[in-house]
Design a protein around this ligand. Structure first.
Ligand code: GLU
Length: 464
């Protein structure tokens, strides 16, 4: 019995824009599938469109992949660098009679297009040079090399997600393999590269499904084994419409800047099309353990920022305090002198946070300068009666031996009971004096985290 082939997947972005959410999901599925099977995950930059490929887009893709933690098993390869090999294969097809030189001028091809347009038919090449000999062409006429596509019958694919897919061969015309300047086209390059890289599974968006039909014909004409294709349905917005910027179709760098954790992005992106029962929140190790193409659905997934926030909140809550502290300090260097307090506050901060920015905002009370400025909504709570209570509590709190949450809470609650006061009445006054706004953990914790001196001084500033 022959050994099962080692799984090799690839992510093949064109560096013409940012790594958007759809591309990131494609990369993740290829990565997770390869990791699940102990195979290899490769990154191929499809930079054949020289005019539209930019270094900036290339960097954004590599940065995005690194941030998402989608490590490839080899340095990235560049499609443009393989052009000679693509040309060689085009000539191999030409020699075998599977391709031909087409000498039609741009005007002639445009006229075919126009005729098709007028007839309401698909734009296609009419096969003028398919059966003519190159010797009939006028000397020195530029030519392209076209693939001699089968004109009748069907091309069938067993797609791992879409199932049995059949294309009538009549729907495909003779596509260009080499342009008149000798440069290979995407359709040829992708087939040759996937074959040369030993790719076993091509997992990508279903906007490439028709291309797969054309590519399958090229594989067949070269007598190469087809990889397994798996075409994922595209991502839609929460309202069911095609995903656009309005829905959050941004580059992954935007999600990093918005304060999402890479592990939460991996978790959320995995759920866009793939599922494991009802599991909504899981680790990357679980994703790798559970991932299979069988569990990728055919229906378009919906991208929902609220769900992403929910998943991110769960991952924040599970993250290490020290790690989150470091990230918080990196986002707000002014918190650096308060690093120990930020870390002490982290179990409370992370419980309340949906994004990293929430940690920064909720920790800001630690660095606030005295006298604390109080926002309008809270200012009214610093009335005479409440200030009298704060003054009385200032004395009692000052007498506490241990300055930790529990005795602070017991002390304040004891006072309130004795005075027959409800916490809801005095809490806003405490908050006004200690924080100045509503962005912080609860006031017992705030008192404790500020430390005795700072907390009592903030109270004193308001009591007068
Ligand atoms: N370069 C193509 C794209 O970015 C992907 C090609 C493929 O995955 O086969 O859409």
């Amino acid at each position: 019995m022959s050994e099962p082939k080692k799984v090799i997947t690839r992510f093949a972005p064109s560096p013409t824009g940012f790594l958007h959410i759809g591309g990131a999901r494609t990369a993740l599925f290829n990565w997770a599938f390869a990791r699940h099977h102990g195979g290899s995950f490769l990154l191929r930059i499809e930079d054949t469109d020289r005019a539209r490929s930019t270094q900036e887009a290339m960097d954004a893709i590599l940065d995005g992949m690194a941030w998402l933690g989608l490590d490839a098993d080899a340095p990235p390869s560049f499609q443009h660098a393989q052009a000679d090999r693509h040309v060689e294969v085009a000539h191999q097809l030409l020699a075998a009679g599977q391709a031909y030189k087409c000498f039609c001028t741009a005007e002639e091809v445009e006229a075919m297009r126009e005729a098709a347009r007028q007839a309401g038919e698909p734009l296609r090449y009419d096969g003028t040079w398919r059966d003519r000999d190159a010797s009939q062409a006028p000397a020195d006429t530029p030519f392209v090399i076209r693939f001699k596509a089968p004109q009748s019958g069907e091309t069938r694919l067993q797609d791992a997600i879409q199932g049995d897919v059949t294309f009538a061969n009549a729907q495909f015309d003779d596509l260009i393999l080499l342009r008149s300047d000798g440069s290979p086209t995407y359709m040829l390059s992708v087939v040759v590269d996937d074959y040369d890289m030993g790719v076993t599974h091509v997992i990508r968006g279903d906007d490439h499904l028709t291309n797969a039909g054309r590519q399958a014909q090229i594989y067949a004409s070269l007598d190469w084994d087809l990889p397994i294709f798996a075409h994922m349905s595209l991502i839609h917005g929460a309202d069911g419409a095609k995903l656009s910027k309005r829905h959050g179709a941004l580059g992954v760098d935007a999600y990093r800047d918005m304060g999402y954790l890479p592990e939460a992005m991996r978790n959320y992106l995995a759920r866009l099309g793939w599922s494991h029962g009802d599991d909504e929140v899981f680790s990357t190790a679980q994703l790798v353990e559970w991932f299979s193409l069988d569990a990728v659905g055919k229906a378009p997934a919906r991208f929902d920022m609220e769900k992403l926030d929910y998943v991110n909140a769960q991952h924040l809550n599970q993250a290490e305090d020290a790690d989150l502290t470091a990230q918080t300090l990196a986002l707000d260097p002014d918190l650096a002198p308060f690093a120990a307090q930020v870390q002490a506050a982290m179990p409370l901060l992370k419980e309340r946070a949906s994004r990293l920015g929430d940690l920064v905002a909720d920790a800001a009370f630690l660095k606030a300068k005295r006298p604390i400025s109080v926002d309008e909504k809270l200012a009214k709570h610093l009335n005479e009666a409440n200030l009298a209570h704060l003054a009385a509590l200032h004395v009692t709190l000052n007498g506490l031996e241990a300055w930790t949450t529990q005795p602070i809470e017991a002390c304040i609650k004891g006072y309130m009971e004795a005075q027959e006061l409800k916490m809801g009445k005095l809490a806003p006054a405490f908050r006004a004096a200690l924080v100045g706004n509503s962005q912080s953990p609860g006031i017992f914790d705030v008192l404790s985290l500020l430390g005795r001196d700072e907390a009592l001084s903030r109270l004193k500033d308001k009591i007068g």
